[in-house]
Structures are given as structure tokens and as C-alpha cells.
Design a protein around this ligand. Structure first.
Ligand code: PLP
Length: 403
């Protein structure tokens, strides 16, 4: 009865993990939820004031499909400052979050059967959007290289149908930050093989010292006409619900996005656009810096608790606000005891025994990892990670009751 394409997707696995946590909490258990991809934070005052002022001014109508021209100019200035290159408004589209920017990119770049390389583990939405646009996701396993793609592995996955590479740094779910050498290697490959780079830097505000986030276009300016930048304010301003993101790239691509967006959502919410414009015009980094400090404190607290893990290596957590636990060692030990232990069963054990909700790596194409978000309140985080560490350390070599 439904269209064939509905078989290509189901609801996002991270959203599903959140629902499981809520259901467990609703049945009376005390559950601490480490599944969400967002930071608990108040609104930035500049965003709040910008929105209130827009409503007071009776702002109401459609804007240009790609967003208010003033906002596109302000975003072009932001991108110019971040990349140390000049960008203009006609190279920027305002979208309803980064998710729409990515979907637009897939829709305007891909022909049926075009292949897109995705380093794996990957954020769960990338492959589905590519499939919806008629493309074919090709996964490149990064688990043997500390979750950073190696150029030879990318090369091995290239075929005549390869059209693009997704580069997401700082990475969700693994928390890795790709270094300049990796970015330069990928950019060279894109130029040599005529590939697009879809550069998702949604977590760019959260690279934890000594790691730094480098826009790929700054590392390799000569690849600029092959690069689409995807970003949003969902993470950097903890503004997930306001749905403002952007896509930046060659004006021909942005022109195609304009036509597409004019038939899908039209402009993003006008009040949210004014709020972001006001925020960008105030040019005060205080709120962002406070948020970054909060995330850095949460990371430090989390790493100190997780340092007590005995069966699982300590996560790198170079960027973003995720700890990604590598269960491979644990899995080998349980296998030696003739017991299969996948990430789903560990997630289940943590929910039942520790009252902590996490996301199984299967949501990210990796049955050997689990993701913990540390964007929550510090007291709760402390409690959750202590309980989680105790439970993981107590996992004996077989716990068949969870299987
Ligand atoms: N890209 C990555 C890597 C993400 O993790 C997310 C959200 O979790 C998004 C894009 C989507 O962000 P937005 O909420 O701005 O649509």
C-alpha cells in the first residue's frame, strides 16, 4: 500500500533509543538518558531577544526561499571568518537545520545509482538520505584506524560510480576530530577523482584541546569548488528545536537548492531566522564560550569517571559531546566463553542494571560500540557514568540472561 521508498527507511535509531529510555522511565524506573544528541542549556539571550523583537514587530510572512538576505550575508561573514576565505551570500542557503542542508545536498548532487563514501561508524541519517535521493551509500570501516578514515581505504572503495564523500568532523558518534593531514588527503582525492565532499561540521564548536577543528576548505582551498559545507546552530548554540542550519558551496549548487527548497519547505521559520540574525549581529561569543566550557567540564568529569573502566578502553572524546565505547575487547573475552555479546545486549544491560540509557552502535552501523551523550546536567552525568562504569566492570565473561 505504501510507496516502495518507505522500505528504505525507518524512524531514526537514535530517536528510537530515546523512546526506549522514555518508556522505561514511564514505567517507574529511574532512568538517566544519555541518548540525546543535544546539550541541556538555556537559550542564548541574544536569540531570545531577537525572537521577541521579531514577534513584537509583527514579523509574519514568507521570506526568500533560501532565507533572509541579511541572514545569508551574516552567515557568509561567519563562514569567511571561520575559513579565512571570502564567501558571499549567493553561496549560502539557510535551511531547517543541518538535516535539511544534508538532504538538499544529496538531492541536488546524486543521480540514481551514484555512490557516496561514508566513513563508518556514521551518523545514522547519512545513508538513509543518500538512499532517498537515489544514491548508494558505501561504507568505509574506520574501526581499525582509531575511527579516522585512511585515504587508501577510501581509494579502495572508489568505483566509476563514486560521486561524493561524507566527511563529518568532529564526528558523531565516535567523537574523533580529523587532523589536517587526513583532511588534506581527502581533499586531494576529491580533486583527483572529481568527487564532491559533503563536509558536516555541526560539532565544529566542540574540539577539545589539544585537538582543533579545521574546515576542510581552509586546509585545501584548491578543493573549494568540490566542497559543500553543512552546519547549524543546533549544537553550537544548543538550539536543536529552532531548526536553523545552512549549506554553503558553489553558487550553482545553491541555485539548485533554491529550486528544490521552493518545492519542499520554502524558507525556514521566519522568527528563528530573525533570532539568529540578531545573534550574529551582536557578535558576542560569550554564550558560545560558556557552552563550550560547560561541555569541556562535562567531558573532564566523564573521562575521570570512565578512567575506572577495566574491560573497555577509555574513549578518546576529541570533539563533540559523545563518549564512544569500543566493546571489541569485551566481546572477544565473552566469545572465548562461548557467549555472543553485541552492542544491543550491552545497551540493554545498562538500561536494566544501571538505569542508564545509551545508544547501540548498531544505529551507526557498528555492533561493536555504544554512544553516550554527555550534554546533560553534570550531577546526573556523574551519577549515570558511575553506575555505568560499575555495571560494565562487573560484566562477567558471560551474561546470557541479556541475550
Ligand atoms: N549532522 C550530524 C553529524 C548530527 O549529529 C546532526 C544531529 O544530531 C545533524 C547533522 C543534524 O543537525 P540539525 O539538528 O541541525 O538538523
Amino acid at each position: 500500500m505504501l510507496a516502495q521508498r518507505t522500505f528504505m527507511f525507518r524512524s531514526s535509531d537514535t530517536a528510537a533509543a530515546r523512546s526506549v529510555a522514555r518508556a522505561a522511565a514511564a514505567s517507574g524506573n529511574e532512568i538517566i538518558d544519555l541518548t540525546a544528541g543535544e546539550i541541556w542549556s538555556d537559550l542564548a539571550p541574544s536569540v531570545r531577544e531577537g525572537a521577541i523583537a521579531a514577534i513584537r514587530c509583527n514579523i509574519n510572512r514568507y521570506t526568500d526561499t533560501l532565507g533572509l538576505m541579511e541572514l545569508r550575508h551574516a552567515l557568509a561573514r561567519k563562514i569567511s571568518a571561520e575559513t579565512a576565505q571570502p564567501w558571499s551570500a549567493d553561496e549560502v542557503a539557510v535551511t531547517s537545520g543541518a538535516k535539511q542542508a544534508l538532504y538538499n545536498a544529496a538531492m541536488v548532487l546524486l543521480n540514481p545509482g551514484d555512490e557516496v563514501l561514508i566513513p563508518s561508524p556514521y551518523w545514522t541519517t547519512f545513508p538513509t538520505q543518500i538512499a532517498l535521493a537515489g544514491g548508494k551509500p558505501i561504507f568505509v570501516d574506520t574501526r581499525h584506524s582509531n575511527y579516522v578514515p585512511r585515504v587508501p581505504d577510501l581509494i579502495a572503495a572508489i568505483t566509476p560510480k563514486t560521486k561524493a564523500i561524507v566527511v563529518n568532523t568532529p564526528n558523531n558518534p565516535t567523537g574523533t576530530v580529523y587532523g589536517r593531514d587526513t583532511l588534506a588527503g581527502i581533499a586531494t582525492l576529491a580533486v583527483e577523482r572529481n568527487l564532491w565532499i559533503i563536509f558536516d561540521e555541526c560539532y565544529g564548536a566542540f574540539a577539545h584541546a589539544p585537538y582543533t577543528h579545521d574546515p576542510i576548505v581552509s586546509v585545501a582551498p584548491r578543493a573549494r569548488d568540490r566542497i559543500l559545507i553543512v552546519n547549524s546552530f543546533s549544537k553550537s548554540l544548543a538550539l536543536t528545536g529552532w531548526r536553523i542550519g545552512y549549506l554553503a558551496g558553489p553558487s550553482a549548487v545553491i541555485g539548485a537548492v533554491k529550486a528544490l527548497q521552493s518545492h519542499t519547505t520554502s524558507n525556514p521559520n521566519v522568527i528563528a531566522q530573525h533570532a539568529l540574525l540578531h545573534h550574529l549581529e551582536t557578535r558576542s561569543p560569550i554564550f558560545e564560550l560558556r557552552l563550550q566550557r560547560h561541555v569541556a567540564n562535562a567531558r573532564a568529569l566523564g573521562l575521570s569517571i570512565l578512567s575506572a573502566l577495566t574491560l573497555v578502553p577509555h574513549p578518546a572524546a576529541q570533539g563533540g559531546f559523545y563518549f564512544y565505547l569500543d566493546l571489541r575487547g569485551l566481546q572477544q573475552r565473552t566469545q572465548a566463553n562461548r557467549c555472543e555479546l553485541d552492542a544491543d545486549s550491552v545497551v540493554n544491560a545498562l538500561l536494566m542494571d544501571a538505569g542508564v540509557a545509551t545508544v547501540s552502535g548498531t544505529a551507526f552501523g557498528d555492533p561493536t560500540g555504544i554512544r553516550l551523550s554527555y550534554g546533560i546536567d553534570l550531577e546526573l552525568l556523574d551519577k549515570a557514568l558511575r553506575r555505568l562504569t560499575a555495571t560494565l566492570n562487573e560484566l562477567t565473561f558471560c551474561f546470557a540472561r541479556y541475550l
